[in-house]
Ligand binder design. Sequence first.
Ligand code: AMP
Ligand code: GLY
Length: 429
Amino acid sequence: MKLLVIGSGGREHALVWKLAQSPHVTQMWCAPGNAGIAQERLAQNGRAIECVGIGAEDLPALLAFAQEKQVDFTVVGPDNPLALGVVDLFQQHGLKIWGANRKAAQFESSKVFSQNFMAKYGIPTAAAGTFDAAAAAKQFCATLGGKCVVKADGLALGKGVLICQNQGEAEKAVDEIMVNRAFGAAGSRVVIQEFLEGMETSLHALCDGTTAKLFPTSQDHKRALDGDRGLNTGGMGAYSPTPFLSDAQLSEVAQQILDPFLRGCAAEGIDFRGLLYPGIMLTKDGPKVLEFNARFGDPETQVYLTRLENDLLELLDASASGTLARHELKWKPEASVCVIMASGGYPGSYAKGKVISGLDAANRLPRTKVFHAGTALKDGQIVTNGGRVLGVTALGKDLHAAQAAAYAAVECLQFEGAHFRRDIAAKAV
Ligand code: AMP
Ligand code: GLY
């Protein structure tokens, strides 16, 4: 089979790396990819993965490329092309593609849509209201004593969520999003949720429209600095499994969320084929959904795919074809830890083009894989090209061993201004 993978981050490197192990794959392209993806080779025939200079949101060019190369199956990594309807477009042209269609992607592209859906189908979530006028939004914040979370409705690169401690902060947040339009049109409506306390966790479930197959537990680290301080980022590291939920608790949580989710999708005519990734807060009153994403998490994918035993292509094909019930997900018993190395200044502004050294030494370490995110090849050298640069991932017999192995690999790697958290998985070990 000839495959096209859309995207260019650490998640996409992990997807490409895992898909390249499938004996079914004879040729693979990635649009636009990165320097690490371009170094991968297919297990079947040793052929290199080719990165093509087409942006993940350039839908007409992606379609034309897939048609020209007679791609058999396309895999979509990021949220934006899904929200733009890349899946619908490819299907209209008779091309097979994996990912949420536009209607299903609304769970991520509209927080108002998700919040209303959760209320309608009894999915446990925070007390919340949805608003299209600032005055009513502020009044609702006041009913929560100002301790609330104000969220722009649309996609805002993970930045459209403002956590408020009091009414003054809440009013400022509403003005920022709805009046000043800090996140553009994404802020024409808002969701306001009560502030929930507890341990946060990520769930991932692969869906085929009727069946949902749950992944093991994992946890991301969203803040930039050790001890969960600093600004929110795309994610500074992840590990799997987490000790905060037993297998029995995990399936109970999943039932409380996935059963009503699938019922609601059937009732609303939403054919959810793709990856459902709810962000969850484990509160003292039980699990509550903070948001839904309609794609793999980044960096959760890096830890999940290093643990997954199945042929990923077979699973994604089954997800797109509606035949997931025939598959059983199998996971290595080992733990996986991913430490993100970011550019100095991230998530604020940062420099690009810094030479990265130590990649070969790090990749030679046992059970270690350095996934690239923001990297590029320049004059024969691999250089930084984004905020999150590398996802240094290692397996170990337990979390402690995986953590030690991941940090041993981080020690091999250098670039000017490199910044990483030293406490990934520390809550769990
Ligand atoms: P979201 O994009 O909606 O998941 O929000 C981004 C981050 O904000 C989450 O990962 C949480 O850490 C935090 N957050 C979102 N909603 C809430 C809430 N209702 N209570 C507490 N923290 C929240
Ligand atoms: N791990 C955060 C995200 O993928 O949104």
